[in-house]
Ligand binder design. Structure first.
Ligand SMILES: [Zn+2]
Length: 166
């Protein structure tokens, strides 16, 4: 905020003052999947498809730098952005955890859990991807899935997909 605004606030109409105080850098997501930024909470339109409907304010930020970063994250394909966020937030602790987990039998399971998507599906390709990114796992995806299957944790639902048994 600049000093000009605060020194003039007494002369502003309450509504104007409120507008200034409530000014936020909004991260807005359109139903087309595109995310964009706006300082307005109303009357926005998607900068990709032009829609003025089905816009949701996902998050509010205090400054344009944070917003810009959030937008670039938001517009990455889901898989990539999740990976990036994971890497940034958990980089250190994740590597440590995996090293510990690899020393016991449940280590493989925690890896399998992490490679499982939100719908509860585990695919060989997602596990392969996860393992190669981790770089610290020696077991192959076939081996890990095979072990979990034999132990009754996983059930195969199609050629490349497994679900967890409760
Ligand atoms: Zn759109």
């Amino acid at each position: 905020m600049n000093y000009c605004e605060s020194s003039h606030q007494k002369t502003l109409e309450p509504s104007h003052y409120e507008i200034i105080m409530s000014m936020r850098y909004n991260l807005i997501k359109c139903s087309c999947g595109f995310s964009f930024g706006s300082t307005k909470s109303k009357e926005n339109y998607c900068t990709k498809c032009g829609s003025t409907r089905n816009l949701v304010i996902v998050e509010k930020f205090e400054n344009p730098e944070e917003l810009a970063r959030a937008i670039s994250f938001a517009n990455l394909p889901d898989e990539i952005s999740e990976e990036l966020i994971l890497k940034i937030k958990e980089k250190e602790s994740k590597i440590k955890t995996n090293k510990i987990n690899n020393n016991n039998d449940l280590g493989g399971l925690s890896v399998l859990k992490k490679a499982t998507d939100k719908q509860g599906n585990l695919t060989k390709s997602s596990l392969d991807k996860f393992l190669s990114e981790e770089g610290s796992i020696e077991s192959s995806s076939e081996y890990l899935i095979g072990q979990a299957e034999v132990q009754g944790f996983l059930i195969r639902v199609n050629e490349n997909t497994w679900n967890w048994l409760s």
